[in-house]
Write a protein that binds this ligand. Sequence first.
Ligand code: G3P
Ligand code: MG
Length: 252
Amino acid sequence: MSQLIFNPPVIAHRGASAYAPENTLVAFTKAAQLGIKWIEFDVMPAACEKPIIFHDDLLERTTNGKGDVQNYSYDYLATLDAGRWFDAKFSGEKIPSLQTVLLFLEVSGLNANVEIKGLANGGEKLVIRVLKEMQDFLAHTSSTILFSSFSIETLHLLRAHAPNCLLGLLLHEYNPDWEQLCESLRCVSVHVNNEIITQDFVQEIKGIGRNVLSYTVNDVERARELYAWGVDAVFSDVPDKIANAVSAKNLF
Ligand code: G3P
Ligand code: MG
């Protein structure tokens, strides 16, 4: 089982999202400026089926739009302000398309965890579209690209359509079938909610040769505890603080 490399052992959750509006290019750029090597972002389809980078079902919290994101084509979504809610200095920041973020990854050389939203309709169109848009990038990039989803159906679709992709099993709650799922999906990693992770569970996952990631960890002492348990990396909104604290302790 291939092992992923996390150095520093931090993934910028939705970009450096404590310092810049989540899931935007400025948040991803900030992560790179902080010396972080991995970013995580969320992918869902616009009404026109174009994959976009966005977390919530609704536009209200992080844009000046209203309603269900997936009801709008990207032509409209691209006109919204996805930065001002965070701070006036980010006014004009846009909801990125997946294609735009791929260009950013090419230029920055960052590694990425691409989290794909599970959809009620099964999500096969989204998975096919994402993989099509990423096909050329995946063929030549030296970045590590790790796909994940809370949806087991989506993970199966990713494995079926991209037999060689790196997959991570994302667990919000404990799933007693996790080991069998890791085997059948050939997952390289398990991404466990910080609220449910235990030392024993970390050891079990490590015992079958998978990387363990945990989300979302913004407390330095908690990060140190998780690393001591064997967690390989944490998703954090303050990735620099976690990285600096670990670095100060010479843990990597
Ligand atoms: O992939 C880790 C983390 O991003 C999962 O939770 O809701 O922030 O996408 P969420
Ligand atoms: Mg996410």
